[in-house]
Design a protein around this ligand. Structure first.
Ligand code: FCB
Length: 454
Protein backbone atom coordinates (compact mmCIF):
# COMPACT_ATOMS: atom_id res chain seq x y z
CA UNK A 1 0.00 0.00 0.00
CA UNK A 2 1.40 3.39 -0.99
CA UNK A 3 1.22 6.17 1.53
CA UNK A 4 0.51 8.93 -0.93
CA UNK A 5 1.30 12.60 -0.56
CA UNK A 6 -1.09 15.38 -1.60
CA UNK A 7 -1.23 16.23 -5.32
CA UNK A 8 1.34 18.84 -6.26
CA UNK A 9 3.61 17.97 -3.35
CA UNK A 10 7.07 19.41 -4.13
CA UNK A 11 9.93 16.95 -4.09
CA UNK A 12 13.48 18.10 -4.45
CA UNK A 13 17.04 18.16 -3.21
CA UNK A 14 19.08 21.02 -1.79
CA UNK A 15 22.66 22.29 -1.87
CA UNK A 16 24.40 25.53 -0.89
CA UNK A 17 26.91 27.59 -2.86
CA UNK A 18 29.99 27.37 -0.66
CA UNK A 19 29.44 23.69 0.01
CA UNK A 20 29.46 22.62 -3.65
CA UNK A 21 30.68 25.26 -6.07
CA UNK A 22 34.47 25.49 -5.69
CA UNK A 23 36.08 27.95 -8.18
CA UNK A 24 36.42 30.44 -5.36
CA UNK A 25 38.41 32.98 -7.37
CA UNK A 26 36.79 32.48 -10.79
CA UNK A 27 35.11 35.27 -12.74
CA UNK A 28 35.87 37.97 -10.22
CA UNK A 29 34.40 36.24 -7.16
CA UNK A 30 35.46 37.96 -3.94
CA UNK A 31 36.40 36.16 -0.73
CA UNK A 32 33.63 35.24 1.69
CA UNK A 33 33.90 34.70 5.42
CA UNK A 34 34.05 30.95 4.76
CA UNK A 35 37.15 31.34 2.56
CA UNK A 36 38.84 33.33 5.31
CA UNK A 37 37.72 31.01 8.10
CA UNK A 38 38.68 27.80 6.30
CA UNK A 39 42.15 29.22 5.59
CA UNK A 40 42.80 29.66 9.33
CA UNK A 41 44.52 26.65 10.90
CA UNK A 42 42.37 24.60 13.24
CA UNK A 43 39.03 26.01 12.16
CA UNK A 44 37.91 23.28 9.76
CA UNK A 45 38.62 19.58 10.23
CA UNK A 46 41.65 18.39 8.26
CA UNK A 47 42.28 21.95 7.09
CA UNK A 48 39.65 21.46 4.38
CA UNK A 49 38.43 24.40 2.32
CA UNK A 50 35.77 25.04 -0.32
CA UNK A 51 38.32 25.80 -3.05
CA UNK A 52 37.34 22.77 -5.09
CA UNK A 53 34.39 21.30 -3.19
CA UNK A 54 32.27 19.45 -5.80
CA UNK A 55 33.39 21.69 -8.68
CA UNK A 56 29.71 22.39 -9.18
CA UNK A 57 30.61 25.77 -10.72
CA UNK A 58 32.15 23.81 -13.58
CA UNK A 59 30.00 20.68 -13.47
CA UNK A 60 26.56 22.15 -12.82
CA UNK A 61 25.19 20.81 -16.09
CA UNK A 62 26.28 17.27 -15.19
CA UNK A 63 24.71 17.64 -11.73
CA UNK A 64 21.46 18.91 -13.17
CA UNK A 65 21.61 15.94 -15.51
CA UNK A 66 21.62 13.67 -12.43
CA UNK A 67 18.50 15.35 -11.07
CA UNK A 68 16.91 14.88 -14.44
CA UNK A 69 17.91 11.22 -14.58
CA UNK A 70 16.40 10.70 -11.13
CA UNK A 71 13.22 12.57 -12.06
CA UNK A 72 13.55 15.00 -9.15
CA UNK A 73 11.51 18.07 -10.06
CA UNK A 74 12.80 20.79 -7.69
CA UNK A 75 16.30 22.00 -6.92
CA UNK A 76 17.12 24.30 -4.04
CA UNK A 77 20.46 26.11 -4.41
CA UNK A 78 21.97 29.25 -2.97
CA UNK A 79 23.58 32.23 -4.64
CA UNK A 80 27.00 33.32 -3.44
CA UNK A 81 26.76 37.01 -2.60
CA UNK A 82 30.53 37.30 -3.14
CA UNK A 83 30.16 36.14 -6.76
CA UNK A 84 27.42 38.60 -7.57
CA UNK A 85 29.00 41.40 -5.52
CA UNK A 86 32.63 40.60 -4.70
CA UNK A 87 32.87 43.45 -2.18
CA UNK A 88 29.27 43.02 -1.05
CA UNK A 89 28.08 46.11 -2.94
CA UNK A 90 29.42 46.30 -6.50
CA UNK A 91 27.90 44.06 -9.16
CA UNK A 92 30.14 41.55 -10.98
CA UNK A 93 28.19 40.55 -14.11
CA UNK A 94 30.25 37.40 -14.66
CA UNK A 95 29.23 36.10 -11.23
CA UNK A 96 25.58 36.81 -11.88
CA UNK A 97 25.91 35.10 -15.26
CA UNK A 98 26.69 31.78 -13.58
CA UNK A 99 23.30 31.72 -11.86
CA UNK A 100 21.69 32.76 -15.11
CA UNK A 101 23.20 29.69 -16.79
CA UNK A 102 22.26 27.48 -13.85
CA UNK A 103 18.63 28.60 -13.86
CA UNK A 104 18.34 28.21 -17.62
CA UNK A 105 19.81 24.73 -17.47
CA UNK A 106 17.36 23.73 -14.73
CA UNK A 107 14.41 25.06 -16.68
CA UNK A 108 15.62 23.40 -19.85
CA UNK A 109 15.52 20.09 -17.96
CA UNK A 110 12.09 20.82 -16.52
CA UNK A 111 13.38 21.36 -12.98
CA UNK A 112 11.94 24.16 -10.84
CA UNK A 113 14.62 26.38 -9.27
CA UNK A 114 14.25 27.31 -5.59
CA UNK A 115 16.70 30.08 -4.84
CA UNK A 116 18.22 30.95 -1.46
CA UNK A 117 19.94 34.32 -1.29
CA UNK A 118 22.04 33.73 1.80
CA UNK A 119 23.44 30.43 2.96
CA UNK A 120 26.14 31.78 5.32
CA UNK A 121 28.80 32.97 2.86
CA UNK A 122 28.99 36.68 3.68
CA UNK A 123 31.40 38.70 1.51
CA UNK A 124 34.55 39.20 3.58
CA UNK A 125 34.46 42.93 2.81
CA UNK A 126 31.20 43.17 4.75
CA UNK A 127 32.68 41.24 7.64
CA UNK A 128 35.53 43.77 7.59
CA UNK A 129 32.83 46.42 7.93
CA UNK A 130 31.66 44.71 11.14
CA UNK A 131 29.70 41.74 9.81
CA UNK A 132 26.14 40.98 10.82
CA UNK A 133 26.38 42.94 14.09
CA UNK A 134 26.53 46.01 11.82
CA UNK A 135 22.96 47.08 11.11
CA UNK A 136 23.93 48.55 7.71
CA UNK A 137 24.22 45.01 6.37
CA UNK A 138 20.45 44.72 6.30
CA UNK A 139 20.32 47.47 3.68
CA UNK A 140 23.21 46.01 1.67
CA UNK A 141 21.44 42.67 1.69
CA UNK A 142 18.28 44.26 0.29
CA UNK A 143 20.32 45.80 -2.57
CA UNK A 144 21.85 42.41 -3.27
CA UNK A 145 18.42 40.72 -3.17
CA UNK A 146 17.05 43.27 -5.58
CA UNK A 147 19.97 42.79 -7.97
CA UNK A 148 19.57 39.02 -8.05
CA UNK A 149 15.83 39.31 -8.36
CA UNK A 150 16.09 41.73 -11.28
CA UNK A 151 18.35 39.29 -13.06
CA UNK A 152 16.47 36.05 -12.33
CA UNK A 153 12.99 37.00 -11.14
CA UNK A 154 11.55 36.45 -14.61
CA UNK A 155 12.38 32.74 -14.30
CA UNK A 156 12.67 31.97 -10.58
CA UNK A 157 9.41 31.99 -8.63
CA UNK A 158 10.54 30.56 -5.29
CA UNK A 159 12.72 32.87 -3.24
CA UNK A 160 14.23 32.23 0.17
CA UNK A 161 15.97 35.13 1.84
CA UNK A 162 18.13 33.49 4.51
CA UNK A 163 19.01 29.96 5.50
CA UNK A 164 19.11 29.20 9.24
CA UNK A 165 19.78 32.60 10.80
CA UNK A 166 20.19 30.67 14.07
CA UNK A 167 23.45 29.17 12.82
CA UNK A 168 24.63 32.30 11.00
CA UNK A 169 24.24 34.34 14.20
CA UNK A 170 24.82 32.02 17.12
CA UNK A 171 27.37 29.60 15.68
CA UNK A 172 29.10 32.30 13.63
CA UNK A 173 29.30 34.97 16.35
CA UNK A 174 28.29 33.14 19.57
CA UNK A 175 30.36 30.00 20.06
CA UNK A 176 32.48 30.76 16.98
CA UNK A 177 32.43 27.24 15.54
CA UNK A 178 31.44 28.64 12.14
CA UNK A 179 32.69 31.61 10.13
CA UNK A 180 33.51 34.31 11.01
CA UNK A 181 34.52 32.43 14.17
CA UNK A 182 33.75 35.17 16.67
CA UNK A 183 32.92 34.45 20.30
CA UNK A 184 30.87 37.41 21.45
CA UNK A 185 27.38 36.52 22.56
CA UNK A 186 26.23 40.09 22.85
CA UNK A 187 27.24 40.67 19.24
CA UNK A 188 25.61 37.38 18.22
CA UNK A 189 22.24 38.60 19.47
CA UNK A 190 22.59 41.82 17.48
CA UNK A 191 23.63 39.77 14.44
CA UNK A 192 20.48 37.69 14.86
CA UNK A 193 18.30 40.78 14.94
CA UNK A 194 20.06 42.28 11.91
CA UNK A 195 19.62 39.04 9.96
CA UNK A 196 15.89 39.32 10.58
CA UNK A 197 15.97 42.96 9.48
CA UNK A 198 17.85 41.90 6.36
CA UNK A 199 15.11 39.36 5.68
CA UNK A 200 12.44 42.04 6.09
CA UNK A 201 14.18 44.54 3.81
CA UNK A 202 14.92 41.91 1.17
CA UNK A 203 11.35 40.60 1.21
CA UNK A 204 10.09 44.11 0.57
CA UNK A 205 12.63 44.66 -2.20
CA UNK A 206 11.69 41.42 -3.94
CA UNK A 207 8.00 42.17 -3.73
CA UNK A 208 8.58 45.73 -4.96
CA UNK A 209 10.22 44.28 -8.08
CA UNK A 210 6.99 42.38 -8.73
CA UNK A 211 6.51 39.07 -10.53
CA UNK A 212 3.67 36.64 -11.09
CA UNK A 213 3.17 33.68 -8.80
CA UNK A 214 6.19 34.58 -6.78
CA UNK A 215 6.72 33.11 -3.32
CA UNK A 216 8.98 34.50 -0.63
CA UNK A 217 10.11 32.44 2.34
CA UNK A 218 12.80 32.11 4.97
CA UNK A 219 14.33 28.82 6.09
CA UNK A 220 14.64 28.16 9.83
CA UNK A 221 16.17 25.18 11.59
CA UNK A 222 14.18 23.61 14.39
CA UNK A 223 14.99 21.13 17.11
CA UNK A 224 12.19 19.85 19.34
CA UNK A 225 13.33 19.65 22.94
CA UNK A 226 13.01 16.47 25.01
CA UNK A 227 13.40 15.97 28.74
CA UNK A 228 13.49 12.82 30.85
CA UNK A 229 11.59 14.18 33.80
CA UNK A 230 8.33 16.05 33.77
CA UNK A 231 8.84 18.49 36.62
CA UNK A 232 8.96 22.26 36.66
CA UNK A 233 12.79 22.47 36.60
CA UNK A 234 13.02 20.27 33.50
CA UNK A 235 10.12 22.03 31.83
CA UNK A 236 11.84 25.37 32.41
CA UNK A 237 15.16 24.10 31.03
CA UNK A 238 13.35 22.81 27.93
CA UNK A 239 11.42 26.05 27.62
CA UNK A 240 14.64 28.07 27.54
CA UNK A 241 16.22 26.07 24.76
CA UNK A 242 12.96 25.82 22.87
CA UNK A 243 12.49 29.58 22.89
CA UNK A 244 16.06 30.21 21.75
CA UNK A 245 16.14 27.55 19.08
CA UNK A 246 12.57 27.35 17.87
CA UNK A 247 11.00 30.72 18.57
CA UNK A 248 13.70 33.43 18.57
CA UNK A 249 13.34 33.89 14.79
CA UNK A 250 9.87 32.51 14.18
CA UNK A 251 7.88 34.67 16.59
CA UNK A 252 9.12 38.04 15.27
CA UNK A 253 8.51 36.81 11.71
CA UNK A 254 4.94 36.05 12.72
CA UNK A 255 4.53 39.59 14.08
CA UNK A 256 4.65 38.50 17.73
CA UNK A 257 8.01 40.02 18.66
CA UNK A 258 10.70 38.17 20.57
CA UNK A 259 9.22 35.91 23.27
CA UNK A 260 9.13 37.93 26.50
CA UNK A 261 10.57 35.13 28.64
CA UNK A 262 13.49 34.79 26.25
CA UNK A 263 14.22 38.50 26.40
CA UNK A 264 14.46 38.01 30.16
CA UNK A 265 16.72 34.96 29.79
CA UNK A 266 19.09 37.03 27.63
CA UNK A 267 18.74 40.40 29.38
CA UNK A 268 22.05 40.04 31.24
CA UNK A 269 23.89 40.10 27.88
CA UNK A 270 22.53 43.61 27.49
CA UNK A 271 22.50 43.95 23.71
CA UNK A 272 19.30 42.65 22.14
CA UNK A 273 16.70 45.07 23.44
CA UNK A 274 18.82 48.17 22.75
CA UNK A 275 19.30 46.92 19.16
CA UNK A 276 15.55 46.92 18.44
CA UNK A 277 14.67 50.28 16.88
CA UNK A 278 11.18 51.67 16.28
CA UNK A 279 9.62 50.01 13.28
CA UNK A 280 12.01 47.04 13.25
CA UNK A 281 9.43 44.51 14.37
CA UNK A 282 6.98 45.65 11.68
CA UNK A 283 9.66 45.37 9.03
CA UNK A 284 10.62 41.87 10.16
CA UNK A 285 7.00 40.71 10.09
CA UNK A 286 6.53 40.91 6.31
CA UNK A 287 3.91 38.35 5.31
CA UNK A 288 5.53 35.06 4.28
CA UNK A 289 4.19 32.84 1.51
CA UNK A 290 5.83 29.75 2.98
CA UNK A 291 8.03 28.74 5.88
CA UNK A 292 11.06 26.57 5.08
CA UNK A 293 11.65 24.01 7.82
CA UNK A 294 14.98 22.27 8.34
CA UNK A 295 14.93 19.31 10.68
CA UNK A 296 17.74 16.93 11.56
CA UNK A 297 17.49 15.94 15.23
CA UNK A 298 15.88 16.71 18.58
CA UNK A 299 17.72 18.20 21.57
CA UNK A 300 17.69 16.71 25.07
CA UNK A 301 17.70 19.30 27.84
CA UNK A 302 18.36 19.20 31.59
CA UNK A 303 18.34 21.94 34.22
CA UNK A 304 21.72 23.29 35.30
CA UNK A 305 21.94 23.73 39.04
CA UNK A 306 24.52 26.51 39.14
CA UNK A 307 22.43 29.47 37.98
CA UNK A 308 25.41 31.57 36.84
CA UNK A 309 27.10 28.79 34.89
CA UNK A 310 27.13 28.99 31.11
CA UNK A 311 25.14 26.36 29.25
CA UNK A 312 26.42 23.93 26.71
CA UNK A 313 24.48 25.45 23.84
CA UNK A 314 25.58 27.68 20.95
CA UNK A 315 24.72 30.70 23.06
CA UNK A 316 26.29 29.77 26.40
CA UNK A 317 24.76 32.81 28.08
CA UNK A 318 21.42 31.04 27.96
CA UNK A 319 21.84 29.93 31.55
CA UNK A 320 20.05 27.37 33.66
CA UNK A 321 19.92 24.59 31.09
CA UNK A 322 22.30 22.11 29.58
CA UNK A 323 22.26 19.96 26.47
CA UNK A 324 22.56 16.23 26.99
CA UNK A 325 24.19 13.72 24.65
CA UNK A 326 22.00 12.04 22.04
CA UNK A 327 20.55 8.56 22.64
CA UNK A 328 19.99 5.49 20.55
CA UNK A 329 20.83 5.48 16.85
CA UNK A 330 22.97 8.40 15.80
CA UNK A 331 24.29 9.47 12.41
CA UNK A 332 28.02 9.83 11.71
CA UNK A 333 27.60 13.48 12.69
CA UNK A 334 26.44 12.28 16.09
CA UNK A 335 22.87 13.45 15.60
CA UNK A 336 20.09 11.43 17.18
CA UNK A 337 17.68 9.76 14.78
CA UNK A 338 14.16 10.39 15.99
CA UNK A 339 11.56 10.69 13.23
CA UNK A 340 8.68 11.09 15.70
CA UNK A 341 10.21 14.41 16.76
CA UNK A 342 9.87 15.50 13.13
CA UNK A 343 6.13 14.74 13.18
CA UNK A 344 5.79 16.55 16.50
CA UNK A 345 7.63 19.57 15.09
CA UNK A 346 5.43 19.85 12.01
CA UNK A 347 2.29 19.49 14.12
CA UNK A 348 3.55 22.09 16.57
CA UNK A 349 4.31 24.51 13.71
CA UNK A 350 0.86 23.93 12.31
CA UNK A 351 -0.63 24.81 15.67
CA UNK A 352 1.71 27.78 16.24
CA UNK A 353 1.16 29.34 12.80
CA UNK A 354 -1.80 27.55 11.19
CA UNK A 355 -2.06 30.02 8.31
CA UNK A 356 1.52 29.44 7.11
CA UNK A 357 2.19 26.60 4.64
CA UNK A 358 5.35 24.62 5.42
CA UNK A 359 8.00 23.18 3.11
CA UNK A 360 10.68 20.87 4.46
CA UNK A 361 13.71 22.68 3.01
CA UNK A 362 16.31 20.25 4.41
CA UNK A 363 16.29 16.84 6.00
CA UNK A 364 18.88 14.11 5.70
CA UNK A 365 21.70 12.22 7.38
CA UNK A 366 25.44 11.71 7.16
CA UNK A 367 26.93 8.24 7.21
CA UNK A 368 30.35 6.88 6.26
CA UNK A 369 29.65 5.58 2.76
CA UNK A 370 31.83 3.42 0.59
CA UNK A 371 31.82 2.77 -3.11
CA UNK A 372 31.95 -0.99 -3.75
CA UNK A 373 31.96 -2.18 -7.36
CA UNK A 374 30.52 1.11 -8.52
CA UNK A 375 27.62 1.07 -6.03
CA UNK A 376 26.98 2.66 -2.65
CA UNK A 377 24.67 0.56 -0.50
CA UNK A 378 23.74 3.23 2.04
CA UNK A 379 20.98 1.28 3.82
CA UNK A 380 21.17 3.52 6.87
CA UNK A 381 20.41 6.61 4.81
CA UNK A 382 17.62 4.80 2.97
CA UNK A 383 16.11 3.92 6.33
CA UNK A 384 16.57 7.48 7.59
CA UNK A 385 14.75 8.87 4.55
CA UNK A 386 11.99 6.27 4.72
CA UNK A 387 11.36 6.99 8.40
CA UNK A 388 11.55 10.75 8.09
CA UNK A 389 9.45 11.00 4.94
CA UNK A 390 7.00 8.73 6.75
CA UNK A 391 7.07 11.16 9.67
CA UNK A 392 6.14 14.00 7.32
CA UNK A 393 3.30 11.89 5.97
CA UNK A 394 2.07 11.25 9.52
CA UNK A 395 2.06 14.99 10.20
CA UNK A 396 0.09 15.70 7.00
CA UNK A 397 -2.45 13.03 7.89
CA UNK A 398 -2.89 14.71 11.24
CA UNK A 399 -3.52 18.09 9.66
CA UNK A 400 -0.16 19.80 9.09
CA UNK A 401 -0.04 21.87 5.90
CA UNK A 402 3.25 20.59 4.44
CA UNK A 403 3.69 21.35 0.75
CA UNK A 404 7.07 19.82 -0.04
CA UNK A 405 10.15 17.91 1.03
CA UNK A 406 13.73 18.60 -0.05
CA UNK A 407 16.41 16.08 0.76
CA UNK A 408 19.73 17.34 2.07
CA UNK A 409 21.72 16.91 -0.04
CA UNK A 410 22.04 16.17 -3.74
CA UNK A 411 25.82 15.75 -3.39
CA UNK A 412 28.32 14.86 -0.71
CA UNK A 413 29.89 18.25 -0.03
CA UNK A 414 31.90 20.59 2.20
CA UNK A 415 30.16 20.16 5.52
CA UNK A 416 31.29 23.44 7.12
CA UNK A 417 33.53 22.95 10.17
CA UNK A 418 33.53 19.19 9.54
CA UNK A 419 35.10 19.61 6.10
CA UNK A 420 34.64 16.57 3.85
CA UNK A 421 34.19 14.06 6.66
CA UNK A 422 30.38 14.06 6.69
CA UNK A 423 28.68 12.67 3.60
CA UNK A 424 25.07 13.83 3.33
CA UNK A 425 24.59 13.28 -0.41
CA UNK A 426 22.26 10.93 -2.21
CA UNK A 427 25.03 11.11 -4.79
CA UNK A 428 28.52 10.06 -3.75
CA UNK A 429 31.34 12.41 -4.74
CA UNK A 430 34.95 11.27 -4.95
CA UNK A 431 36.70 14.50 -3.98
CA UNK A 432 39.89 13.47 -5.80
CA UNK A 433 38.44 12.51 -9.17
CA UNK A 434 35.12 14.37 -8.81
CA UNK A 435 33.35 11.25 -9.99
CA UNK A 436 29.66 11.09 -9.06
CA UNK A 437 28.02 7.77 -8.16
CA UNK A 438 24.32 7.43 -7.37
CA UNK A 439 23.83 5.91 -3.93
CA UNK A 440 21.01 3.48 -3.22
CA UNK A 441 19.32 6.35 -1.38
CA UNK A 442 19.18 8.30 -4.67
CA UNK A 443 17.28 5.43 -6.30
CA UNK A 444 15.06 5.10 -3.23
CA UNK A 445 14.28 8.82 -3.26
CA UNK A 446 13.63 8.78 -7.01
CA UNK A 447 11.11 6.01 -6.42
CA UNK A 448 9.34 8.00 -3.68
CA UNK A 449 9.17 10.98 -6.05
CA UNK A 450 7.84 8.87 -8.93
CA UNK A 451 5.08 7.39 -6.76
CA UNK A 452 4.50 10.62 -4.84
CA UNK A 453 4.57 8.41 -1.78
CA UNK A 454 6.15 5.64 0.21
C1 FCB B 1 22.22 22.62 7.92
C2 FCB B 1 22.78 23.52 6.83
C3 FCB B 1 23.27 22.78 5.63
C4 FCB B 1 23.97 21.49 5.99
C5 FCB B 1 23.14 20.68 6.95
C6 FCB B 1 23.75 19.36 7.32
O1 FCB B 1 22.30 23.27 9.13
O2 FCB B 1 21.80 24.44 6.40
O3 FCB B 1 24.10 23.65 4.90
O4 FCB B 1 25.23 21.75 6.47
O5 FCB B 1 22.89 21.42 8.10
Amino acid sequence: MTREFPAGFRWGTATAAYQVEGSTTADGRGPSIWDTFAAQPGRVLDGATGERACEHYLRYAEDIGLLNELGIPHYRFSVAWSRVMPDGRTIEPRGLAFYDRLVDKLLERGITPMLTLYHWDLPQALQDAGGWPNRDLAGYFADYAQTVHKALGDRVRQWTTINEPFCAAFIGYGNGDHAPGIQDEGAALVAAHNLLLAHGHATRAIRANGGDGQEVSIVLNFSPVLTDVDDSAHREAARKFDFLHNRFFLDPLLGRGYPAALLEDLAHLGTLEPAIADGDLDLIAQPLDLLGVNYYAPTRAVPLDAPEADSNCPLPGLRGMDVQPPRGDVTSFGWEQRPESFTDLLLWLHEHCPELPLVVAENGAAFADEVVDGRVHDEKRVRYFAEHIGAVHDAIERGADVRGYLAWSLLDNFEWARGYTQRFGIVHVDFETQERVLKDSARFFADVVARNGL
